[in-house]
Design a protein around this ligand. Structure first.
Ligand SMILES: [Zn+2]
Length: 685
């Protein structure tokens, strides 16, 4: 197959999703890896003194092509998974891991970067270029460049096995979710479930030639059933299926993530020890804002002690309401979402489903774009590009003079063979090299309810928050002004600062001036009434104590699991589940079902990049709340505050430490006050 016949080897523009087939994956990956290995070899054996153009640029060229092709492949694998694609992906991934591990351990290359760092010319480089070289040296050390050969080989095989385990973990989760269904043929049994959820469930059954309704564990079905179904037995059935998926209690023991997790922990610990650290948490924190595991656990425990009284109050309210109003003397795990939704409706007299009618897709996107355009002086226009599914939309961002700044795909709806959750990923990174320039491109992926019954898609307010959140990540990637690959966009940004721009964007979903323009009742065409908005606002911090404590529990579990748990000696806890129990005793307020195995689908820390990093959400929320408080002071749609945020935070990416960017924007180090106030956790409120 020549280059032109394989669309994955065409770098003249956007990925050719209309032409990419699973059969293209392996030949493309093999060809690009061969190129990349050759580039590394040329640089490593170059007899000339190291300079930016002789070392960094040729490697960046090769890696950029490899990244672009692999990004398209892994994106497709996540959003239109198929057996053929999965096979091609799984066969290619170990080769990539092996290549990156080899490169990270290449002493000749390491010496080149050290020479760059020590040369007089270093001082004359751009700050972003200097940051890149410093990051490379740090990563060489973390990649084992200074290890003896035997340890290098061991580290490489550890990385390969860890990558396989991550993939296995995700496959188990996806397969066990997708394999489960519950068919209901009696409408009575679904009383309380919203009409659009029923319509989708009916269509799903019909597609299989079955009567009645097909219920699944995918969020747009699972969540509303748990929130609204009056049939307690039905809720219990779904809850049990969800809480046991990918576990030894699930439908298929082959999908049990338990052994996968055990192995991951053993290998991570071994890797840390090889690199000269005591545990994996220490390794994880090297490139982050937080300095030590102790600093993180102290941060989480401090927040937990502030949040727990509010969480206890939330839970006591819920128990009393369930007993008095719902006739539920004991609140079972499958009653929590249901009782919460009823309490919320009772206290604030509106439901998510009522609100949802005001958020049709086009209105929401128009509102999102209006905020973005006002704050950052850009324009967003729908455009066309080859995609992987007919429901995917594509947009250009242009600046005031009409110059293209970046482009993004919106893949909003949940469907089968698509990984659950919401995320942003880079398709192309901004880079300038000599005369060539490429603008950034991003994938924005959600799993929201698709249009049903001939009506446009409508989103719950939570789903709108998700869209804004992912779009915040997107803006970080797309509004970058950094030209150096490796530190442009979100590349090179500390993990615990990555959620700053995303959580920051969520704040706008709570502003009247934004919502008034972003809402239109699907039937009447009227905007959100002020009265309903006031109720939403009053309800905003409904159970925020419980929500905060849940996240702190997950964060503390993750940090202790990777810092203090010894997976070989099995101390000081006998198992991850024992540790989880200890953390729950310390932090949690709501008891869990004995069959609850949700730990086994904690993909962030076992398949994503959040291992010993889940605390980042709260860490970054403190930063984002404090950043947003400047907008509260100067006007929420203030173009001057927006310009400053773009200039000092969004456009800088990984080119300088996040703390520096924050202080440059806010004029001082971060404070807790705005976070506590936004969450209603101030004593006076
Ligand atoms: Zn995020």
């Amino acid at each position: 197959m020549n280059d032109l016949a394989n669309p994955l080897l065409d770098f003249s523009g956007l990925p050719r999703f209309d032409a990419i087939r699973p059969a293209h994956v392996m030949p493309a990956v093999d060809a690009l890896l061969a190129d990349a290995r050759a580039a590394v070899e040329r640089v490593a054996t170059d007899p000339q003194p190291a300079t930016w153009n002789r070392v960094v640029e040729p490697i960046a060229d090769a890696l950029d092509r490899l990244d672009r092709a692999w990004s398209a492949v892994s994106h497709l694998n996540a959003v239109v998974n198929s057996p053929e694609l999965r096979e091609a992906y799984n066969a290619s991934q170990p080769k990539l891991v092996a290549f990156y591990t080899d490169m990270a351990q290449d002493l000749r290359l390491y010496a080149k970067y050290r020479a760059l760092r020590d040369a007089p010319a270093f001082a004359a480089l751009e700050p972003a270029q200097r940051t890149l070289i410093d990051n490379e040296l740090r990563d060489f050390k973390l990649g084992g460049a200074e290890l003896p050969d035997a340890d290098k080989a061991r580290l490489k095989s550890l990385n390969e096995e860890l990558a396989d385990l991550s993939t296995k973990f995700e496959e188990n989760t996806l397969d066990s979710i997708d394999a489960w269904a519950h068919y209901v043929d009696d409408a009575q049994g679904l009383a309380g479930v919203p009409a659009d959820v029923l319509a989708a469930a009916q269509a799903a059954a019909e597609a299989e030639g079955k009567p009645g309704w097909k219920l699944t564990l995918q969020m747009p079905c699972y969540l509303p059933v748990m929130q609204y179904a009056q049939d307690r037995g039905l809720r219990r059935r779904l809850h049990e299926a969800y809480a046991t998926h990918a576990s030894e209690l699930g439908a298929n023991p082959a999908w049990d993530n338990g052994p996968v997790i055990e192995r991951i922990l053993v290998l991570r610990r071994e890797e840390a020890v090889l690199l000269g650290y005591r545990n994996f948490a220490e390794v994880s924190l090297v490139p982050k804002m937080a300095r030590t595991p102790a600093e993180v656990t102290a941060f989480l425990r401090d927040l937990a002690s502030r949040a727990r009284p509010f969480a206890k109050r939330d839970y006591a309210d819920l128990l009393a309401f369930a007993r008095e109003q719902l006739g539920l003397p004991d609140l079972a795990p499958w009653d929590l979402a249901f009782a919460s939704e009823r309490l919320k409706a009772d206290r604030y007299s509106f439901s998510e489903q009522e609100v949802r009618q005001y958020f049709p897709e086009d209105q929401v996107l128009a509102g999102l774009f209006r905020v973005t355009e006002t704050l950052y002086g850009v324009r967003i226009r729908e455009a066309s590009a080859p995609t992987w599914h007919p429901s995917v939309r594509f947009f250009d961002i242009v600046d005031g003079s009409g110059t293209l700044v970046g482009q993004f795909y919106f893949d909003l709806y949940a469907r089968e063979n698509k990984r659950s959750g919401a995320w942003m990923d880079d398709a192309i990174n901004r880079r300038r090299s000599g005369a060539s320039f490429q603008h950034p491109v991003a994938y924005l992926t959600c799993n929201l309810s698709a249009p049903a019954g001939g009506k446009p898609a409508t989103f719950t307010h939570d789903e709108v928050l998700t869209i804004f959140h992912e779009f915040g990540h997107g803006l970080h990637q797309l509004l970058t002004r950094v030209d150096t690959a490796g530190v442009s966009g979100i590349q090179g940004v500390e993990w615990d600062a990555v959620e700053l721009p995303s959580q920051f964007m969520e704040n706008f979903c709570w502003e009247w001036d934004v919502l008034a323009h972003m809402t239109r009742q699907v039937d009447t065409g009227l905007p959100l009434p002020r009265e309903l908005f006031d109720k939403m606002l009053a309800a905003k911090n409904f159970q925020s104590g419980l929500g905060t404590v849940r996240q702190l529990e997950a964060g503390l579990f993750d940090m202790l699991l990777h810092a203090d748990f010894d997976p070989v000696a099995r101390t000081p806890w006998a198992s991850p589940r024992d540790l989880l129990e200890a953390v729950q005793k310390e932090v949690a307020v709501v008891p869990r079902a004995p069959y609850d195995r949700l730990l086994l689908s904690f993909g962030h820390i076992f398949a994503g990049g959040y291992a010993a990093g889940y605390y980042s959400y709260k860490w970054a929320e403190v930063l984002s709340a404090d950043a947003y408080s400047l907008f509260e002071e100067t006007g929420v749609l203030s173009p001057s505050a927006g310009a400053r945020f773009r200039d000092e935070v969004l456009s800088r990416g990984g080119s300088r430490p996040a703390m520096e960017s924050f202080v440059a924007f806010r004029g001082r180090p971060p404070q807790l006050d705005a976070f506590l106030r936004h969450n209603g956790m101030t004593v006076s409120s």
